[in-house]
Ligand binder design. Structure first.
Ligand code: ASP
Length: 376
């Protein structure tokens, strides 16, 4: 027989049965209620709630479909932030929340313009004494890029937590409400301070630097090859590890000094490649090309001269891998020292693109760029 927790803690447990679909009613999103901490008893002082700002950018978490059975056919970026907040009454039990609508777009439509604007907004909010943390609702397609970008350029130890969803708010078993509640729970927790940008999906707390979307159709979409940092269960955070790479206040980059990002291209490796993919990227103005190579960032013999030539024109060559896990070793597959190339280490191509763009906001040679790839 399952032992029940003591009555007091039992009263604070989440009531899973309190999820109510309000399809067709005023709100297009289901509501998720949670019985919060008990009110202070006479003579006790209630602990002040953390003040969390939810910055909404769109995505599936704000998506709406025609029918509750539409889990994959829907329009992203439809529900405004105030409705997202209203759909999760439990939020007010964990924190004092308010919303700001930064954008209302699907995340595949993010450009450097949105990245810079969002980071400036978040940095400004976190400088305010009346803000303890920020949660950003975002599409899942590029949340890994945005999370890593914010990790690198927002100089704050206050929590920044990304919340996303794989199912639109109108779908049966929509995952957004709980992911949002979990994100606010994490952002309101002291343990989340100085851990870099985090992502809460599917009950897990992932490091924004490491998390990557690996499944395009299931709520368990995000993985990190180094494992999640922890979990959120029934309104409580459980951390088991912390990131060691430079981020936040330990970063040398600062969004307050960044007005735009240089172009960085990714060329996907495969058999039978054309050198034109690299030369056109360089001619198009890319300051670095991320080579998403096969295996250990391998470069086909017939492409080596093309890449050496492009490096000779001042464009950085960064060897990453299309494999997803593992890390590219310097001077192993190619003589990087001789060719003046850089390796992306454990960063996948899209994360390497973000770091290269941030690093190249200042003039850096390949040695310095490699130092940055080791440290971040
Ligand atoms: N295309 C959507 C987006 O990234 C997918 C999602 O949010 O799950 O905005």
């Amino acid at each position: 027989m399952r032992r029940l927790p003591p009555a007091a803690s039992r009263r604070t447990l989440m009531r899973a049965g309190a999820v109510a679909l309000l399809l067709g009613a005023a709100s297009p999103v289901p509501t998720l209620a949670l019985q919060g901490p008990e009110p202070a008893k006479p003579g006790e002082t209630a602990a002040a709630k953390a003040r969390i700002v939810i910055v909404a950018t769109g995505g599936t978490i704000a998506g709406a479909g025609a029918d509750a059975s539409n889990s994959a056919t829907y329009q992203a970026a439809k529900v405004p932030v105030d409705k997202l907040i209203a759909a999760v009454p439990a939020l007010s039990k964990v924190a004092e929340v308010r919303g700001e609508q930064a954008f209302q777009i699907a995340s595949e439509s993010f450009t450097n313009v949105q990245l810079v604007q969002l980071a400036k907004q978040v940095s400004k909010l976190l400088k305010q004494d009346d803000v303890d943390g920020v949660v950003i609702t975002h599409g899942t397609d590029t949340v890994e890029e945005t999370a890593y970008f914010l990790d690198l350029v927002v100089r704050s130890d206050k929590p920044i937590v990304m919340a996303a969803a794989m199912r639109p708010s109108t779908a049966l078993s929509a995952d957004g409400a709980l992911n949002l509640l979990d994100a606010v729970t994490v952002a309101a927790s002291k343990e989340a301070r100085a851990k870099g940008v985090l992502l809460t999906m599917n009950d897990e707390i992932q490091a924004g630097r490491d998390a990557t979307k690996r499944v395009n159709i299931k709520p368990s979409a995000f993985f990190s090859q180094w494992g999640p940092l922890g979990m959120v269960v029934e309104g409580k955070t459980y951390f088991f590890r912390a990131p060691v790479k430079r981020h936040g206040t330990a970063s040398e980059f600062d969004i307050d000094a960044i007005e735009g990002l240089p172009e960085v291209a990714i060329v996907y490796g495969s058999g039978n490649m054309s050198p034109a993919a690299y030369t056109s990227a360089a001619q198009g103005g890319a300051k670095a090309i991320i080579h998403a190579g096969t295996g250990n960032g391998s470069v086909a013999g017939y492409l080596v001269d093309t890449l050496k030539g492009i490096r000779g024109q001042g464009v950085h060559i960064v060897r990453s891998s299309r494999v997803g896990d593992g890390f590219v070793l310097r001077n192993a597959e190619q003589p990087d020292d001789t060719y003046d190339w850089v390796v992306a280490h454990d960063l996948n191509p899209q994360k390497a693109k973000i770091l290269a763009a941030v690093a190249l906001t200042k003039p850096v040679d390949a040695k310095e760029l490699q130092r940055i790839f080791w440290e971040y």
